[in-house]
Design a protein around this ligand. Structure first.
Ligand code: SF4
Ligand code: SF4
Length: 313
């Protein structure tokens, strides 16, 4: 079968499996512009406490060092936009965290796509990734023609928005590749204006040290007051630079049932959060990505949001 036909069939199968987009790129080194931007971002310390970003740098910049004999990167996007949102005046979780842990869902779907790829190309080997290894996922999604990287650093899919998990299959076979997409941000700067902490220091430059998403999920220790005072209702993650993006007018609810909002989560009120016990936390977030912040981390966020809300009344 010709490479064009293989790529066409793989993309068709990806859509059949429930992915919203799929594209292919050659598994070579990250281009000079993105390499320089990544190294500059690291040099500036923008990764904050995510020390793993500064490890395996060369692997992150060349998938052939991650997967022996790698020739193609198949990128996929899975919609996570919730079908129902938490009421605006209640404490907020990032959209992606409303349902089951995306790692589990993406891993299972990628395994099914990998099975299909092996059926098409017997003997083909490779690895699946979803936020689990040093791979510049948004770069590969862009290279594979899924969308462009917006000024808010998110991958934006035309007429669909940015509420997508990304995943990849890196395989040892050549495929027909897609072309990278031109940016469609135009003259817009809404995401930069919407960021309350200045974490989006410039287009495409996100300083995690100031980012509420990083500070409420990855960061251990107190949230610095200059950022905490902007928490508002955010107690896990922050979507403000996504919500401000006009391309997210096109979001449609995720169809993957495992990513659907949990009813007990939608029912939580401010007082329930403040009184959250470790037992209730475990039930509420069983199999959820929110476990990443741990009980202590979530309660720290709730206390900080509560404190700054009270002090600004
Ligand atoms: S997630 Fe929030 S704090 Fe972080 S860059 Fe976006 S708007 Fe700013
Ligand atoms: S808000 Fe505007 S500048 Fe920012 S990512 Fe969206 S389109 Fe691009």
């Amino acid at each position: 079968m010709m490479n064009e036909e293989l790529s066409r069939q793989i993309k068709a199968e990806a859509l059949r499996l429930g992915f919203s987009a799929c594209g292919v790129s050659p598994a070579d080194a990250v281009d000079d512009i993105h390499r320089a931007a990544f190294l500059d971002w690291l040099g500036d310390g923008c990764q904050a406490g995510m020390d793993y970003m500064a490890r395996n740098v060369e692997k992150r910049l060349d998938p052939r060092l991650l997967v022996e004999g790698a020739q193609s990167v198949i990128s996929v996007a899975l919609n996570y936009y919730p079908s129902r949102l938490i009421a605006k005046d209640e404490y907020q979780l990032a959209w992606y965290a409303y349902g089951e842990d995306y790692h589990t869902v993406m891993k299972e779907k990628l395994a099914r796509l990998a099975d299909y790829v092996t059926t098409l190309m017997p003997g083909c080997t490779g690895r699946a990734f979803c936020d689990t290894a040093p791979l510049l996922e948004r770069y590969w999604a862009w290279r594979g023609g899924l969308g462009w990287i917006g000024r808010n650093t998110q991958l934006i899919i035309p007429r669909a928005g940015s509420a997508f998990f990304l995943g990849e299959l890196v395989i040892d076979r050549p495929l027909a590749c897609d072309s990278p997409m031109q940016s469609r941000c135009g003259t817009c700067t809404r995401c930069l204006t919407a960021c309350p902490t200045g974490a989006l220091r410039a287009p495409h430059r996100l300083d995690a040290r100031l980012c509420l998403s990083y500070l409420t999920i990855e960061h251990r220790g107190d949230i610095p007051p200059q950022a905490a005072k902007h928490l508002g209702n955010s107690i896990y993650g922050c979507d403000r630079c996504q919500q401000a993006c006009p391309w997210n007018r096109f979001t449609t609810p995720a169809t993957e049932t495992r990513l659907a909002p949990r009813a007990d989560l939608l029912a939580m009120r401010r007082a329930d959060w403040v009184a959250l016990s470790p037992e209730r936390y475990r039930t509420l977030f069983k199999g959820s990505a929110v476990k990443r912040a741990k009980y202590e981390g979530l309660m720290r966020n709730i206390a900080a949001a509560h404190q700054y809300k009270s002090s600004t009344k």
